[in-house]
Design a protein. Structure first.
Length: 101
């Protein structure tokens, strides 16, 4: 089973194709919210909470940290447009990784 699953992954069967993908749209909004929180709240946190930030703020910071970690993993599972084509996507995860590296 694991060999077959690995082959399916390498073939790009589990890759997200960004064309009209609502899940990726929701994910992008989530990442933008995390970035906005980081840009606004982090400077306030550093300036005013010298000792230790409130527990709720620490929880939210940790939550958004994991959003960023997951975003890296998701990014490497999103197909990209093949150069010089309009509707052709590269879905092989190793080629996607090579494209980003």
């Amino acid at each position: 089973i694991s060999g077959s699953l690995c082959k399916r992954w390498l073939d790009g069967e589990f890759t997200f194709v960004p064309d009209e993908n609502k899940l990726l749209d929701v994910w992008d909004v989530t990442v933008v919210l995390a970035l906005t929180h980081t840009a606004v709240v982090l400077p306030v946190e550093v300036a005013f909470f010298v000792g230790e930030a409130p527990q709720a703020l620490g929880f939210i910071d940790t939550l958004f940290f994991w959003v960023f970690v997951l975003d890296i993993l998701v990014t490497f599972q999103v197909a990209y447009t093949v150069p010089h084509s309009k509707n052709l996507f590269e879905k092989a995860p190793l080629k996607i990784a090579k494209n980003y590296m």
